[in-house]
Design a protein around this ligand. Structure first.
Ligand code: NAP
Length: 896
C-alpha cells in the first residue's frame, strides 16, 4: 500500500511512535470494507483499511470448508453500486461456491485499485477515543498505529468463531479444524474417521462432502435444523429475466423489500387456503430451492403467527421423514423446538440423504451429550468414538463478537464498549453507540443485517455513513454521536419489532443463546430492510434526529429525540395511508364515507375461522335490529358478550369489526353478538344508545335461545361502540337490568369535551382525526344534548357499575377521555383494569392480523373478559404463552 500521511505522535503518552494519520480507518476488507473504501476514496477522504487476513474477502476468505457456498442467489448477492461492474461479472451458478465469491471480491478490489489502501495481516489491538484531539487512536499488531477522525467497523456479523466449549480439545492427538478458520492448504480426509460437531449452515453444507471422502463420519448434533435443497445449477431463467428486463427496478425493489430480495409481500393468510393449496405452495417453494422464497412467500402469517408457522413446519418435517430411511435417525433429524425460520434455516445439497450412507452415524447429543474429548476421540454419555479428525462447525459469537471481543474499544470518558454492552448490544440504528463518537458499525446489532441479503444491507449502511461524513464535512462538523435518549428509543423500537416475528421464540445465535453467558435478546432488527431504510432516511430528513454534532468553528447541534415512537406495524399502516393521500373521510359525505370504509375493510386479511357464525335479528326500540353471532368451536354453552362496533355512530356495521369479533371469540372462548344498532344522521341521539341497551336486554333474556350460558352477559365495544357499551352499563344499572358481569371499553368515546391534550397532540395523522370526531358528534348529537350521560357517560353516575377493562392508545385523540373514564370509574369504586397501549393508534386493536403488535393487548382483553365471566384463564396455545416470555426479554428490559 502507499503510505498515507505519517506523523510522529503519542499514542499512550509514554513513548513516541509512528502514527498513520487518516480521515477514516476501516476494519475489515470483506464486502463492507471494500465498498467503504471505494466510497470514502471517491468522496475525498483519506482512508486506510486494516485487515487481519492476507487478502480481501472477509467471511469468504476464512470460510473455506468443503461445500462452502452462498445461500442467497448470486444474482441478488453482489454489489449494485456500479452498473458497469454488474455487466463485467458473470456468476457461473445459481449459488456460487466460496472460491468463486472470493474471486469476485478480488476482482472488485482490482477493478477499483482498492488494495493499495489496505494494510493486510494487520490486527487492531486497541482503539481509544481522544476527546482533546477528537480522533480515534488505533494500536495495531503490525506496523504503524493509526490516528483517524472516524472509525468504521466493517468486521462482519459472523467472523468471530466460538471457542469449542468442550473439555479436552487440547488432549486430542488427531487433526482439529474449524469451519470458520479452514486451512488454505488441502485437507485430506480420504480414508479417515471424521467427527463433525454442529449442524448449522456450515455443518450442513460440509457434511455431505466430508461423508463422500471419509471412511467413517460421525455427526454430533445438538439441535436439528430445517434444511432446504438448493437445487443448484444455472442461474434460474425467470429471476434472470426479471433482472435483465429492468435492472434498476429489480434492485430498487430489493432495497425496499423486507429481506433484501425482490419478492412481493404475501397477503393470503394460511386459513384462507385449503390443505391442498398450502401443500401446492410448499412444493413449489421446495422445488425452487430458495431460502428467501420459502421464508416469505407461502402465506402472510407464516413468519408472524405460531399456528401459521406450524402448518409450514409440519410440511417440512414430512420431507425429512421421507428423505431419511432409518425412522429413528429421521426423527432425530427433525426439528420440533423452534418455529421454522426462527432459527436460521439452511440450504443443502444431499444433506438428509447423507444419513442413508453406511459410513455415516448421527449422534443425538440430546440423548447422549458429549462428556469430553479424549486423546483418541469423543466420549458421550453412552459411548466413545475414536476418530482421526474433529471438525468444529460450532458457529460464531455472532454480531457482537467481532466488534467487542476482538479488541478493547474505549470511548468518551474512558467508557469501555464491552462494559456498555455487558447486558446486550445497545446501539442507535445498529450504526452508532452513545458515548462512542465517530464510531460506526456496518450491519451492526440493531440493524437488519443477518436477517437480510447482506449485500443490500451493506450497501445501504455504507451509503448512509459516507453520505453523513460528507455532509458533516461540508457543514464543518468534526464529531457525531448518538444521544442516550435516541439509543434508548431505538432499544424500545427493537423490542417492539421483536414482537413482529417468531425469532424471539428460539434459542439461536440471533439471540445470543449459542454463546454461554452471553446476554440474550433478538440482536438483528426484525422490522425489515425497506422499513429500516426509510427510518434511516427519516433520521436525516428530520435534521439528524438523535445525534449530537460538533465542530471546531460551528455551533454544536443536538437534535435529541426518538425516531420511531409508533409500533412498527402501526407506522407501516399509517405510512401506507399517508401515501394514498386520501381526502378527509368526512369530505365524502356520510354515505361516501360508509362506502369508503367498506372498501377499506375489504382489503384486510380475512378474519380467522370460529366455530359458527349466525346472522339474525332482534327487536329494537323502533323496529328490528340485525346482529351477527360468533360461536366458539369449543363445546358450549358459553357466556355471551354483547359487542358494539366502532364508526362514530355514523359508520360501520357487523361486518366492519368482523375480524376483531372472530379474534376475541377465539381468545375468550365466549359467544360474541355484534349488534347492528341504528346510525346517524338518519337516527340521531339517543337512537344508538337506546338500541344498545335494548339489544343487551333482549340478548340477556334469550341466552338459552342463542346457545349461550344463562346468567349475566358482558358488554364490549370499540370507539363509539365503547361509548354505547359504557352507556348500556349505566342504563342497565338504572333501569333494573339486565345484569352485566363486565365491560370492555376499547378506545371509547366518553365525553363531549374536546380540550384534553390528546385531542391536540393527535389531531391529525393517526387516521381518526379531530375534525372527523367533530363531524361524528355533529351528525349524531346536538350541542344541547351532549352532556347527557347517554352520550357522555363520563358525566353520569359511575358508582355501582360492572368491573371494567379500559383500553386507550397513545396516538389517539380519544386517549385522554378514555383514561379519564377509567380514573373516574376507579374513584367511584368500580374495579378497573387499564391498558394504555404505547405506540398504538385508534384502530390498532381492531386491525387484527395487520397490526401484529396488538396481539398481546387482545390477549389481555380476553383474559379480563374471562375473569369477569368467572372463567379460569384460557389455556392459550403456544404463542400467547410464549409471548409472556417477553417480560424477561433483555432488550425490552433494557429499553424499559
Ligand atoms: P451455527 O448456525 O451457529 O451452527 C452451529 C452448530 O454447532 C449448531 O448446530 C450448534 O448447536 C452446534 N454447537 C455449537 N456449540 C456446540 C457445542 N458446544 N456442542 C455441540 N454442538 C454445538 O453456525 P454455522 O453453521 O457456522 O452458521 C452460522 C451462520 O453463518 C448461519 O446461520 C448463516 O447465517 C451463516 N452461514 C451462511 C452460509 C451460507 O451463506 N451458505 C454458510 C455457513 C454459514 P445448537 O443449535 O444446539 O446451538
Amino acid at each position: 500500500m502507499q503510505d498515507a500521511v505519517v506523523a510522529v505522535s503519542t499514542l499512550d503518552g509514554t513513548h513516541k511512535e509512528t502514527v498513520q494519520q487518516v480521515d477514516v480507518a476501516v476494519v475489515g476488507a470483506g464486502f463492507a470494507g471494500l465498498y467503504l473504501l471505494y466510497r470514502l476514496r471517491k468522496a475525498g477522504f483519506t482512508t486506510v483499511t486494516l485487515e487481519e487476513a492476507d487478502d480481501v474477502g472477509g467471511t469468504w476468505y476464512w470460510n473455506r470448508y468443503p461445500g462452502a457456498r452462498c445461500d442467497i442467489q448470486t444474482i441478488d448477492y453482489g454489489f449494485t453500486f456500479d452498473p458497469e461492474l454488474e455487466g463485467a461479472w458473470r456468476w457461473s451458478e445459481k449459488y456460487a461456491t466460496q472460491p468463486e465469491i472470493l474471486r469476485y471480491l478480488g476482482f472488485v478490489a482490482d477493478r477499483y485499485d482498492l488494495r493499495r489502501d489496505i494494510r493486510f495481516r494487520t490486527k487492531v489491538t486497541a482503539a481509544i477515543w481522544d476527546q482533546a484531539k477528537q480522533r480515534w487512536l488505533l494500536a495495531t499488531d503490525n506496523g504503524a498505529s493509526v490516528s483517524c477522525r472516524h472509525y468504521i467497523m466493517a468486521t462482519g456479523c459472523l467472523s468471530s468463531p466460538k471457542p469449542p466449549e468442550i473439555d479436552g480439545v487440547k488432549n486430542f492427538k488427531g487433526e482439529v479444524y474449524f469451519t470458520g478458520r479452514w486451512p488454505h492448504e488441502e485437507v485430506k480426509l480420504a480414508g479417515k474417521r471424521v467427527a463433525v460437531i454442529g449442524t448449522g449452515s456450515s455443518g450442513i453444507q460440509s457434511i455431505p462432502l466430508i461423508a463422500e471422502q471419509a471412511a467413517e463420519l460421525a455427526v454430533f448434533q445438538r439441535t436439528p435444523n430445517f434444511a432446504l435443497p438448493a437445487h443448484n445449477g444455472p442461474v434460474p431463467g425467470d429471476r434472470k429475466a426479471l433482472l435483465d428486463n429492468d435492472r434498476t427496478g429489480y434492485r430498487e425493489q430489493a432495497r425496499w423489500s423486507l429481506a433484501g430480495v425482490p419478492y412481493p409481500q404475501q397477503t393470503v393468510v394460511s386459513w384462507q387456503l385449503s390443505d391442498a393449496e398450502r401443500r401446492e405452495r410448499f412444493e413449489k417453494a421446495w422445488d425452487a430451492g430458495d431460502l428467501v422464497y420459502i421464508l416469505t412467500q407461502l402465506w402472510a402469517d407464516q413468519a408472524v403467527d405460531v399456528d401459521g408457522n406450524a402448518l409450514l413446519a409440519e410440511l417440512f418435517r414430512d420431507k425429512i421423514r421421507a428423505a431419511v430411511k432409518d425412522p429413528e435417525t429421521a426423527e432425530a433429524l427433525t426439528p420440533y423446538d423452534h418455529p421454522f425460520g426462527a432459527k436460521r434455516p439452511c440450504l443443502d445439497t444431499n444433506y438428509y440423504a447423507t444419513f442413508n450412507r453406511p459410513n455415516v452415524t448421527l449422534v443425538n447429543l440430546r440423548q447422549e451429550p458429549i462428556e469430553a474429548i479424549t486423546t483418541s476421540g469423543i466420549k458421550t454419555g453412552k459411548r466413545t468414538f475414536d476418530v482421526d479428525v474433529i471438525v468444529f462447525a460450532t458457529g460464531f459469537d455472532a454480531m457482537t463478537g467481532a466488534i467487542m471481543a476482538v479488541h478493547p474499544i474505549t470511548g468518551r470518558g474512558g467508557k469501555s464498549l464491552s462494559e456498555v454492552w455487558a447486558n446486550g448490544p445497545q446501539t442507535y440504528l445498529g450504526l452508532t453507540v452513545a458515548g462512542f463518537p465517530n464510531l460506526f458499525m456496518i450491519t451492526g446489532p440493531g440493524s437488519p443485517s443477518v436477517l437480510s441479503n447482506m449485500a443490500v444491507s451493506i450497501e445501504q449502511h455504507v451509503d448512509w455513513v459516507v453520505d453523513r461524513l460528507t455532509a458533516m464535512r461540508e457543514a464543518g462538523f468534526a464529531t457525531i454521536e448518538a444521544t442516550e435518549a435516541a439509543q434508548a428509543g431505538w432499544a424500545r423500537h427493537m423490542a417492539d419489532c421483536s414482537m413482529l416475528t417468531l425469532h424471539r421464540l428460539a434459542n439461536t445465535w440471533y439471540t445470543g443463546a449459542n454463546v454461554p453467558g452471553k446476554a440474550q435478546g433478538v440482536m438483528p432488527y426484525t422490522g425489515g430492510v425497506g422499513p429500516y431504510r426509510s427510518i434511516c432516511n427519516e433520521v436525516v430528513d428530520r435534521g439528524m434526529l438523535g445525534f449530537m454534532l460538533s465542530g471546531p468553528s460551528v455551533a454544536e447541534q443536538c437534535n435529541d429525540g426518538e425516531i420511531v415512537r409508533l409500533q412498527p406495524d402501526v407506522r407501516l399502516v399509517l405510512n401506507m395511508l399517508a401515501e394514498m393521500k386520501l381526502p378527509p373521510i368526512e369530505s365524502f359525505g356520510f354515505q361516501g364515507a360508509r362506502d369508503f370504509v367498506a372498501q377499506f375493510n375489504a382489503s384486510r386479511p380475512a378474519g380467522r375461522p370460529v366455530g359458527e357464525i349466525v346472522d339474525g335479528s332482534l327487536p329494537g326500540p323502533d323496529g328490528a335490529l340485525s346482529y351477527r353471532l360468533y360461536r366458539p368451536a369449543t363445546p358450549g354453552p358459553h357466556p355471551i358478550v354483547v359487542y358494539f362496533h366502532g364508526g362514530g355512530w355514523v359508520l360501520g356495521d357487523e361486518q366492519s369489526d368482523d375480524p376483531f369479533c372472530r379474534d376475541m371469540c377465539r381468545r375468550t372462548g365466549m359467544i360474541f353478538v355484534s349488534v347492528g344498532y341504528r346510525h346517524a344522521p338518519e337516527y340521531r341521539f339517543p337512537a344508538a344508545a337506546e338500541d344498545g341497551y335494548a339489544a343487551t336486554r333482549w340478548i340477556a333474556e334469550h341466552t338459552a335461545e342463542l346457545g349461550g350460558q344463562p346468567g349475566p352477559v358482558l358488554v364490549a365495544g370499540w370507539s363509539a361502540g365503547g361509548n354505547i357499551a359504557a352507556v348500556t352499563c349505566q342504563l342497565a344499572r338504572d333501569r333494573g337490568g339486565p345484569k352485566i358481569a363486565g365491560q370492555l371499553l376499547v378506545c371509547p368515546v366518553t365525553d363531549c369535551r374536546f380540550d384534553r391534550p390528546s385531542y391536540n397532540d393527535n389531531a391529525a395523522g393517526y387516521f381518526l382525526t379531530r375534525s372527523l370526531m367533530y363531524w361524528f358528534w355533529d351528525l349524531y348529537c346536538s350541542p344541547a344534548d351532549r352532556t347527557d350521560p347517554r352520550v357522555s357517560p363520563l358525566r353520569g353516575k359511575l358508582a355501582g357499575l360492572p368491573p371494567a377493562f379500559v383500553v386507550t392508545c397513545e396516538f389517539d385523540p380519544l386517549r385522554d377521555e378514555g383514561n379519564a373514564y377509567a380514573e373516574a370509574l376507579t374513584a367511584a369504586g368500580v374495579p378497573v383494569e387499564q391498558l394504555q397501549a404505547r405506540g398504538h393508534f385508534h384502530s390498532s386493536f381492531t386491525m387484527v392480523d395487520m397490526v401484529i403488535t396488538s396481539v398481546s393487548g387482545r390477549v389481555q382483553m380476553a383474559e379480563a373478559l374471562r375473569r369477569f365471566a368467572g372463567l379460569p384463564p384460557q389455556a392459550t396455545g403456544g404463542d400467547e404463552a410464549r409471548r409472556g416470555q417477553l417480560a424477561s426479554h433483555k432488550l425490552a428490559a433494557a429499553a424499559g
